[in-house]
Ligand binder design. Structure first.
Ligand SMILES: C[S@@+](CC[C@H](N)C(=O)[O-])C[C@H]1O[C@@H](n2cnc3c(N)ncnc32)[C@H](O)[C@@H]1O
Length: 463
């Protein structure tokens, strides 16, 4: 981890010099002000799950209403916790979502709840009462599990999860599952507010003190109140969407998929996405406690972690004017590799989806300006250079200055990764793109990389 700490200095700010006609097209905005109808980023079902580096829904809403029409299909190859899916559904659009993290498959049935009847608190209470009496057991397939829990907490959690894993996967059980994920973290030794698992003295002490109290009752009450809160969010979501029932769209989701090599099953009218950060975010590792409790195995999680951007070997070199300048300024080999890996797989994933856009469709890509070894990497510019050489038209860039951003839970970071602004790059597909898409597909096949087939995890020498 030492390497990660030194990876992105923020003290010296150097940027690759560029001739800059595109900068004239930067529009300064505040998405929160542009979309005043969303006053709370966690409204309706948006806040049911914590996830690192979530979109604020205002950005997505703005892109949807500006660049798509009702009934259009939107693709998001880096869907994370599915913000694009929720906003698309609320705006009567359709969405197809991909993410390497299988959590997406557990999140979406709750966040886009399509039930037609108000959910009953009484039924939920009955199920929760049954859970208390349960004799089932579920132990995560996690060799380290005892490191994160006291034996007595683990015993109670394994009974609760045993009950859930043995209950039909109906909506009430799914609601309780989402509550148990939060409870399982809170009653573990990991810090509550950091994304990655971190056993701290503070938390060890807190758990020690808790165990002297009526902790079982507290655990049960927390599960109950979080479940009730989620049930209420789902009912609000349903009431909100009910009047448009006939016009509501489809939301397809594919978690556990590597977007660098996934096939997008349909043509779409827009892409709206936020790629992984260039620095180490490690989404799979950050959510692995959840994934274990949900029944995923150590081997599965290890395999997925290897496919995370930017921890895998690049299989082609992305070249653009600005990227070349940055490469020349970088002196460290490991940083060059990280940069090459990042652009190779981020561009592969974007290009896979952008190849499936219809002519004239917009690609809206939300990125920051991270620094590598003190050098600013203008992601929007590099992506614009790459895709405008492949038949996309540069439309504009919105710059939103970061005031305070919640990276995870309540942890506020005024300047994540040294970034001061975030950018929404908008490209427009024109008719000749089809030719470029076909060229890339056949060149990949020549190099031995089937375009629309998931590959086995490559060597991970970029980590
Ligand atoms: C910035 S987050 C997206 C957050 C999302 N916009 C939201 O609102 O929750 C980037 C996502 O890229 C995903 N990712 C990383 N490598 C990937 C890959 N090879 N294929 C697909 N998704 C990947 C991560 O799991 C993470 O969820």
């Amino acid at each position: 981890m030492k390497e990660q700490l030194t990876l992105f200095h923020t003290d010296t700010e150097r940027a690759a010099q560029t001739d800059d006609p595109a900068s004239n097209k930067i529009e300064q905005v505040s998405f929160r002000e542009l979309v005043p109808e969303i006053s709370n980023t966690g409204y309706l079902t948006h806040a049911i799950f914590a996830y690192p580096a979530k979109f604020i829904p205002q950005v997505v809403r703005y892109a949807i209403t500006t660049y798509t029409k009702e009934g259009n299909w939107i693709v998001d190859p880096f869907a994370g916790s599915g913000t694009v899916g929720v906003e698309a559904y609320l705006c009567q659009r359709n969405a197809v979502l991909f993410d390497l993290n299988p959590l997406l498959n557990h999140i979406m049935p709750l966040k886009v709840y399509r039930g037609k009847e108000i959910l009953s608190e009484r039924h939920l209470h009955k199920l929760l009462d049954g859970m208390r009496e349960s004799t089932h057991r579920f132990m995560p397939a996690w060799s380290n599990v005892a490191y994160w829990y006291t034996p007595e907490v683990l015993e109670v959690l394994s009974r609760y999860w045993g009950f859930i894993h043995n209950t039909d996967n109906e909506i009430y059980a799914t609601i309780i599952k989402s509550a148990l994920l939060k409870v399982s973290k809170r009653f573990s030794y990991t810090e509550d507010r950091t994304p990655k698992l971190a056993r701290s003295k503070r938390k060890l002490k807190a758990i020690e003190e808790l165990l002297k109290e009526n902790w079982k009752q507290q655990l049960e009450e927390m599960t109950r109140s979080l479940s009730l809160k989620t049930l209420k969010d789902l009912n609000d979501f349903m009431i909100h969407t009910q009047p448009n029932l006939e016009h509501l769209g489809e939301v397809e989701f594919h978690g556990g998929i590597d977007s660098s090599y996934a096939s997008v099953p349909r043509e779409c009218e827009a892409l709206i996405t936020s790629p992984p950060y260039l620095q180490a975010q490690e989404y799979i590792r950050s959510t692995k406690m959840d994934l274990f409790w949900l029944g995923h195995t150590e081997e599965e999680i290890r395999e997925l972690s290897r496919l995370e951007i930017p921890y895998r070997k690049a299989d082609r070199l992305i070249q653009t004017e600005t990227l070349e300048k940055i490469r020349k300024m970088l002196t460290r080999d490991d940083l060059q590799k990280r940069l090459d890996s990042y652009f190779c797989h981020t561009v592969n994933a974007l290009e896979n989806s952008m190849n499936r856009l219809r002519p004239n469709a917009a690609a809206c890509i939300f990125v920051g300006n991270p620094r590598v070894d003190g050098i600013m990497v203008e992601l929007w510019r590099i992506l614009a250079e790459y895709f405008t050489e492949r038949g996309f038209v540069f439309e504009k860039v919105y710059e939103d200055k970061i005031k305070a951003r919640k990276l995870f839970g309540a942890r506020k970071n005024k300047n994540p990764d040294g970034m001061k602004s975030e950018f929404l790059l908008v490209l427009r597909k024109n008719a000749i793109c089809q030719t470029f898409a076909q060229q890339r597909e056949s060149s990949l096949q020549d190099e031995g990389f089937p375009q629309h087939v998931s590959r086995k995890s490559p060597d991970s020498d970029a980590s």
